[in-house]
Design a protein around this ligand. Structure first.
Ligand code: NAI
Ligand code: 15L
Length: 270
């Protein structure tokens, strides 16, 4: 990847989702053409966009999707805790299909939306480095841990560079006390992705996606080469969030970094 600030064709998976809609707009200046993909239909806004409807679990379709792209921002998949069978298709087979496509078509850089749920069973208040022990808090977190390991393999074996973004909570504003710590503003998200797309050397990097919040559980020192400097903070929302009573201290959602995800399921199968 050269030190330029504009790509040819950028593939954005999950373009119909919450963060996909945000990045579709905010990454526009950095690509001649955005290939927008999702399992739901998307309409291109103008000639700088093309839309490809595709199920990530469909290997042949993903292979065609990836062809001709210069870089990939991979957001597509199941984004919450769900039964294993759903996660398996969209997230585990999906990320494998994507990297196989990248290998076959010579795409050399991927930004992968991983998640804080890779480390969700660490205790709140613990300070985690990017190379800490993964402690996934469910099938969803496990699928993101798989994506992180898979991308490491594709870097070691095929030289495909990846940034794994362990995104905290990226929403218009933090919704609860936990999110005062895990919040990533949309502006900071877009800047983080931009840094990953254009860093002269990416290699295989894991980075936590959080704004410059007052309290922190995550240390991004090892990802300093990305040059990511968050501008926003959850502080302006503190009063509003803290007007609501805190969770009971015995609630696992108040004890572990993954919050409510740590008590989702089990999903009984008939
Ligand atoms: P979202 O659920 O709004 O978007 C995900 C998109 O993926 C949806 O548009 C959905 O239709 C698409 N999708 C689902 N299954 C698919 C399949 N089989 N084939 C193709 N597309 C499929 O989620 P959101 O919030 O936009 O998150 C984007 C990514 O970032 C996800 O990978 C999520 O796991 C990750 N993330 C998001 C966080 C957040 O705070 N928003 C936090 C941590 C990670
Ligand atoms: C995630 O990984 C989810 O995709 C998102 O919906 C939030 O729940 C977020 O983590 C979070 O932990 O707040």
């Amino acid at each position: 990847m050269t030190e330029t600030n504009r790509l040819g064709r950028l593939l954005l998976t999950g373009a119909g989702g919450g963060l996909g809609k945000v990045l579709r707009e905010r990454l526009k200046p950095y690509a001649e053409l955005m290939r927008l993909s999702d399992i739901v239909p998307i309409t291109p806004a103008n000639e700088s966009e093309e839309a490809v409807r595709c199920d990530l679990a469909d290997k042949a379709a993903v292979d065609r999707l990836v062809q001709g792209c210069d870089a990939i921002v991979h957001l597509g998949g199941v984004s919450v805790e769900r039964p294993f069978e759903e996660i398996l298709e969209a997230n585990i087979k999906g990320v494998f299909n994507l990297y196989e496509g990248a290998r076959r078509h010579g795409v050399k850089r991927v930004v992968f939306a991983s998640s804080n749920h890779v480390v969700g069973f660490h205790k709140q208040g613990e300070m985690l480095q990017t190379d800490c022990e993964p402690r996934p808090d469910g099938y969803y977190g496990l699928s993101k841990a798989y994506g992180e390991d898979l991308s490491r393999f594709y870097f070691d074996r095929y030289g495909i560079e990846t940034a794994c973004l362990r995104i905290g909570s990226s929403f218009p504003e933090p919704k609860d006390r936990r999110m005062l710590i895990t919040w990533l503003s949309y502006r900071d998200l877009a800047e983080l992705v931009r840094c990953c797309l254009f860093a002269p050397r990416l290699g295989h990097t894991i980075v936590y996606g959080m704004s410059a919040n007052r309290d922190k559980w995550w240390d991004n020192t090892a990802a300093a080469h990305l040059g990511f400097h968050p501008q926003d903070s959850s502080e302006p929302f503190r009063e509003k969030v803290e007007a609501f009573p805190p969770l009971d201290a015995a609630d696992p959602a108040a004890q572990y970094q993954g919050g409510g995800f740590v008590k989702a399921g089990p999903f009984e199968t008939p």
